[in-house]
Design a protein around this ligand. Structure first.
Ligand SMILES: [Mn+2]
Length: 277
């Protein structure tokens, strides 16, 4: 068990086929914390209007979070655009969980972070909601195709996990500049708030980086990349990639490790790619 000070999760999308609840449960069994922040799109009410996929593991995720709150972990839930109905209830507490549209977190080393989901900085979602829904269906299609690709990979005996949606995000120029624009407009808005950085979600692209002197942190997601942000007892922030099961990482033999290392989804460096293209 890793004891950390805080855990930050976003874009779990409970209620969808793509939700990697099993991976998340495995992560939650390995990490415990004083603070747990749920940074939006935790329950996907948009997708649930089309069809509901609620696997037993998703219930266990909910139960585990509620149990954490009962045991004294401070749980803060910041709704996103997929669970925006909850935004009207900002300020209330339920089952030991604080519902807030924004939150402020001070790290052990005294840095102040503003926490928000981030959809208000996504020009597409904000101005053309129907385009966002269309994009959402397209993204889910990629994730769906990928589950079949993964099965095929396993049948061919290739270890590890490869993400088609992650690949598209890195290769498609529009996606790359979308991420770049999002990150910079978040930082631009947050600068006026007098904080040291921001922790957000929404674009399913996990990272920790400095942008114009502020720290930009994105939790990623539990649909495709299976990433979390943790704060260590000394205030150090770390991006944890939980996409690869521990038993795959521990596979013996010379072939397994290099194949995994080459094919592991690389973090997107949007600014560098943006300038290069
Ligand atoms: Mn979102």
């Amino acid at each position: 068990m890793n004891t950390v000070r805080a855990i930050f999760l976003s874009d779990i999308h409970l209620g969808t086929r793509g939700c990697q609840a099993e991976r998340l449960l495995d992560f939650l069994r390995h990490y415990e914390s004083e603070y747990l922040y749920l940074v939006g799109d935790i329950v996907d009410f948009w997708a649930m209007k089309r069809s509901i996929r609620w696997a037993p593991a998703q219930n266990t995720v909910v139960q585990k979070v509620l149990r954490q709150a009962r045991k004294g972990c401070q749980v803060v839930f910041i709704p996103g655009n997929h669970d925006e109905a909850l935004r009207d209830y900002s300020g209330i507490d339920f089952g030991g969980i604080e519902l807030r549209n924004e939150a402020l977190h001070t790290t052990a080393d005294g840095r102040r972070f503003l926490l928000l989901h981030g959809d208000e900085f996504d020009q597409v979602t904000r101005y053309h909601k129907w385009v966002a829904v269309l994009g959402d269906i397209g993204y889910n299609a990629l994730v769906w195709i990928n589950t079949y690709l993964s099965r095929l990979r396993r049948r061919l005996g290739r270890p590890g996990y490869w993400s088609l949606a992650g690949y598209a995000k890195r290769k498609v120029k529009r996606a790359v500049s979308f991420i770049f624009d999002f990150e910079h407009s978040v930082i631009h808005a947050v600068r006026e708030r007098g904080v040291d950085g921001v922790i957000c979600g929404h674009i399913h692209s996990a990272t920790i980086k400095q942008i114009d002197g502020l720290t930009y942190i994105n939790c990623g997601d539990w649909v495709d990349s299976c990433t979390a942000i943790v704060e260590h007892p000394d205030g150090r922030m770390e991006l944890v990639d939980w996409s690869i099961p521990a038993d795959v990482l521990a596979l013996p033999g010379p072939a397994a490790a290099p194949a995994y290392a080459d094919e592991r989804p690389q973090p997107v460096c949007a600014s560098a790619r943006h300038e290069a293209t």
